[in-house]
Write a protein that binds this ligand. Sequence first.
Ligand code: AMP
Length: 220
Amino acid sequence: MRIILLGPPGAGKGTQARRLADRYGLVIIGTGDIFRDHVARGTDLGRKAKEYMDRGEYVPDEIAVRMVLERLEQPDLGDGYILDGFPRTVPQAKALEGALAAAGHPLSCALNFRISDEMAVKRLTSRLTCPDCKRAYNLSFKPPRVEGVCDVCGGRLALRSDDDEATIRRRLEVYRAETEPLELYFWERGLLRDIDAEAAEEVVYGRMIEAMSDLLDLDA
Ligand code: AMP
């Protein structure tokens, strides 16, 4: 199973990726998380990526593509993977498609999480993230059991530095301009499945499984 998640920041891609990965034994490849790890470790890649991330803009395609194609060569992707946050541009999608065709491993499905900009801003300005296990919480509707502490791994929850309102608005603009065209790209390939993602987590999960059911043979 090779699944792509599309959708603006705040659509719940990371949360649903985690559920899907736990249920079906898939590996999550989250490009934002990989970049943030590089930033935290102070690598060259992290330094380059940070200037773009701080502005709410995309890291150049060649950097993102190289990083993901190298990741896809690792031997731990047994039952398949979920790409969360990649591809984000048409050139990235073409590079991925080429590499997967060469490997004889086509994509299974592209899930497109839809939410309004207002809902995205509302969710992201009250989001807390665990830097260790990457789980997301929300101060308004999904608070952690103990304030400031991840329920699952005990990590210290933090606000992401790009989750301030001005940067969120810029990320949404960039998404609409650069990533929305991918809807047509994957629709033309018969792989796009739209999901109304404004509902509660559990409801969206059900919609996601239903939306993929004609493309993937999933047990419940
Ligand atoms: P995310 O955690 O998916 O919201 O990503 C955080 C930031 O990482 C984005 O705003 C971009 O600056 C950068 N980023 C993540 N994935 C990509 C990608 N596929 N292409 C370019 N930049 C990316």
